[in-house]
Design a protein around this ligand. Sequence first.
Ligand code: NAD
Ligand code: IPM
Ligand code: MN
Length: 355
Amino acid sequence: MKRYSIASIPGDGIGREVVPAAIGVLAAVADKCGFALDFRHFDWSCQTYLETGKMMPDDGLDQLRDHEAVFLGAVGYPGVPDHISLWGLLLPIRREFEQYVNLRPVRLLPGIASPLRDKAPGDIDFWVVRENSEGEYSQVGGRTGTGEDEIVVQQAIFTRRGTDRILRYAFDFARRLGRKHVTSATKSNGLYHSMPFWDERFAAIGAEYPDVAADQYHVDILAARFVMSPERFDVVVGSNLFGDILSDLGPGITGTIAVAPSANLNPERRFPSMFEPVHGSAPDIAGQGIANPIGQIWSGAMMLEHLGETEAAALVMRALETALTAPDIAKTPDLGGNGTTVEFADAVRTTLLGL
Ligand code: NAD
Ligand code: IPM
Ligand code: MN
């Protein structure tokens, strides 16, 4: 039997609720399809930081290195400053394992109402391809001066290699999808160095793909267009920060960010890729058992796809969509229902076994 070794890091807040719920679904589909997922659990979190002064042990990345994938919940919780917790666990994993693509589908699922009037499944269906290893996310810069004279500098780093590889991924991905239209998020009217360079590379890489249509918008009007005409997008490529913002806005128009998944990919497969929902640890509802597990389960489906278990991935998505439209299955409160995390995930698991 084929076996896959997966590192699971539930992390903080609702991560500790939705990860076990999703693992129940993944174990069931593995069983049904005749392969095994060997999860090894890493209990690294803000609690670890409060106890040890570190989010993960010094050799933490080495402990993850030999797994085929990382399955992560969420990182960050009140009590530890966010820049400490995130730069202590999530961001080092993305960087060390060269997960330079953050692939985030934006799709209106059946059974969920869009806050946009008259939108049905099929109307909102596109992908955000986010640069995931450099750009505006940087520790370069610092503080100088004191009092009224204090100055803070935050550098953004755009390397030619890093920019070209994410743009090329976006064009290749559009080609593979068969929906050949890539939109670039820019801001070359305000950002003097980085975005003119980004536009220049977008034009140069785009020229290598004459069969793929390319257009670009400043990120401010692009945000408005996501709301006004989401149908027009296929693949949207953006820098680390622009991609981050657009990939919350996208799921916002599909009803809730709680369903949105992501794949942090090392496309060359030299290192493990990581799968996690777009949402965070949701401290406002943590511990109540009411978190929506769909983003985590869908992230699991993306992980199965990455592992080559395409049929299993499709089964998980069919089970999710079937459960979402079944009148007798209670959704979680963010979708207007009164179901719990465990009840909904269990209903997905049972639905899946019946497919
Ligand atoms: P959040 O995504 O945690 O929560 C935003 C809102 O959405 C909250 O009202 C929350 O209750 C709701 N929500 C999120 N996921 C939900 C789910 N599965 N079911 C139902 N409701 C859900 O964003 P935030 O409040 O900005 O961040 C909280 C913490 O999480 C911070 O420390 C932040 O840095 C961290 N964070 C981590 C990740 C990650 O690990 N990838 C992502 C985003 C935020
Ligand atoms: C995400 C999150 C992270 C990011 C934070 C928590 C650092 O918002 O995965 O989208 O900005 O990448
Ligand atoms: Mn985000």
